[in-house]
Design a protein around this ligand. Structure first.
Ligand code: AMP
Length: 175
């Protein structure tokens, strides 16, 4: 995998969505279909020996490569969304943020008990969102097979939080 090429397509946006945050914008990657294919192939290679039945993508940028990955693995894709967005019966999980709290949901029938789940998002920061997603998966009886991210902000130690669920955490680009 050409890590440098991918890194060059991740744009730093200062002070978005609020002051002090450097937002890692992956939309320039989406304009390069060959790079997108390379990313999907790399994830596929890294999880080739893992049993995965379903890919769960986290709103909203986790849908982008999550869905492509599910197609590559020829398995179902399931969206996790912020509360109030999913139309059918849902299961919800509330978690703490730096300031305040957030709630995410999954459709109650999205996972069959015992299925092996790969959780995907664009970026791992503190790991709060991915951990909350793992809790939702567990509430439906799913087993956490792994986590995948394009980008890891290593200095926020999110990986440590995810190790409560599995050691199988793959990130393509680390900062
Ligand atoms: P966290 O729960 O702290 O791991 O935050 C992860 C979620 O917030 C992911 O859905 C990311 O897309 C988003 N996020 C957090 N920090 C950044 C950042 N610096 N750049 C882009 N997205 C971010």
């Amino acid at each position: 995998m050409n890590t440098q090429k991918i890194t060059s397509l991740i744009r730093d946006v200062k002070d978005f969505p609020k002051e002090g945050i450097i937002f890692k914008d992956i939309t320039p990657i989406l304009k390069k279909p060959a790079v997108c294919r390379e990313i999907v192939s790399e994830f596929f290679k890294r999880f080739n020996r893992t049993t995965i039945d379903v890919i769960v993508g986290i709103e909203s940028r986790g849908f982008l490569f999550g869905m492509l990955l599910a197609q590559k693995f020829k398995i179902p894709f399931v969206p996790v969304r912020k509360s109030g967005k999913l139309p059918y019966k849902t299961v919800a999980y509330k978690y703490d943020l730096e300031y305040g709290s957030a709630e995410i949901e999954i459709h109650a029938d999205a996972i069959v008990k015992g299925q092996h789940i790969l959780i995907h998002d664009d970026l791992l920061a503190t790991g709060g969102t991915a951990s909350a997603t793992a809790e939702l998966v567990k509430m439906l009886g799913g087993k956490i097979a792994g986590f995948s991210f394009l980008v890891e902000l290593g200095f926020l130690n999110g990986r440590q939080k995810l190790e409560n669920y599995t050691d199988n955490v793959e990130c393509l680009i680390k900062y």
